[in-house]
Design a protein around this ligand. Structure first.
Ligand SMILES: [Zn+2]
Length: 142
């Protein structure tokens, strides 16, 4: 099997995926904002540094890049065929760190939502997922 991206494309993809204000995260933030939900970003003091934190609701959202966080069954998280052992080990460490952070947060009474970048699209499904997670009652249609 050959690598599915050139090195240049891969590093462009990774820097984009790794960046803090990535597009999927912006989509989620915009949706929350439209619901009037207040949030903070990248809470460094919390396990795993959740991307979006709603402290009064004790709720945290991770917006995970499929590659870096090994989205199960997702084609974006295929391990590169060059240097595959390195990548497998690195991604395994990431995964363990994610699971550990999740366990710590839930142990401390946080509700945690993990969202995958490939699944985040603006629209009703996203809004429904967020309102459900935050137990917000939907505005009745006027
Ligand atoms: Zn994915």
């Amino acid at each position: 099997m050959t690598d599915f991206l050139t090195p240049e494309k891969r590093s462009a993809l990774m820097s984009r995926v790794r960046g803090k204000n990535t597009k999927p995260e912006m989509i989620v933030r915009r949706a929350l904002h439209a619901m009037g939900v207040r949030y903070r970003l990248h809470a460094k003091e919390l396990p795993g540094k959740p991307d979006i934190v709603m402290r009064p609701r004790r709720a945290a959202i991770f917006v995970h890049g499929c590659f870096w966080h090994s989205h199960p069954g997702c084609r974006r998280c295929r391990i590169p065929s060059s240097n595959s052992e390195f990548w497998a080990a690195k991604l395994e460490r990431n995964r363990n760190r994610d699971l550990e952070a999740l366990a710590k947060l839930e142990h401390d009474g946080w509700r945690v939502l993990v969202m995958w970048e490939c699944e985040i699209k603006p629209g009703e499904r996203l809004d429904d997922a967020l309102t459900q997670f935050l137990s917000i009652r939907k505005q009745p249609p006027s």
